[in-house]
Design a binder for this molecule. Structure first.
Ligand code: FES
Ligand code: FES
Length: 156
């Protein structure tokens, strides 16, 4: 089938099998490999992207189901025209050493941005609860919480 995806403010015309996931379409067809495939079954959060500004697990989302809707991946998080400048959450993760191997980091950052947007930053416990779908095998959780707390606009 023919599908039009709107990814990071660009239009992508794809001919795909209807069973293709958004994750595979992003990685294999559009070469946006920043979004990671961890478990491929909805358990790790590594594949988190935004659709309509809300976080979704792209391994559990069919590409065809998000046709024409705005999809944002880690590559498109920084505002257009900002050159090499990172999104404030990306910078906060660097400033707080919030990654080790980095494999989970794109998904963590996409969720972190959504958590701030959702207003779930009232306490460390609330941040942890809201981020619980994102697993980090390296155990960088403490620094991830610090990064989220101190990202511009969050306070704390
Ligand atoms: S790859 Fe999607 S949740 Fe693990
Ligand atoms: S930094 Fe390695 S899995 Fe999270």
């Amino acid at each position: 089938m023919d599908v039009t995806l709107n990814v990071n403010d660009r239009t992508e015309q794809l001919r795909i099998d209807p069973r293709v996931t958004l994750l595979d379409a992003l990685r294999d067809r559009i070469q946006l490999t920043g979004t990671k495939k961890g478990c491929d079954r909805g358990q790790c959060g590594a594949c988190t992207v935004h659709v309509d500004g809300r976080r979704v697990l792209s391994c559990l989302t069919l590409a065809a189901s998000v046709a024409e809707r705005p999809v944002t991946t880690i590559e498109g998080l920084a505002p257009a025209g900002s050159g090499d400048r990172l999104h404030p959450m990306q910078q906060a993760f660097i400033d707080h050493d919030a990654f080790q191997c980095g494999f989970c980091t794109p998904g963590q950052i996409m969720s972190a941005v959504a958590v701030v947007r959702e207003g779930h930053t009232g306490s460390d416990a609330e941040i942890r609860e809201s981020m619980c779908g994102n697993i980090c095998r390296c155990g960088a959780y403490d620094n991830i919480v610090e990064a989220i707390k101190t990202a511009p606009g969050v306070g704390g």
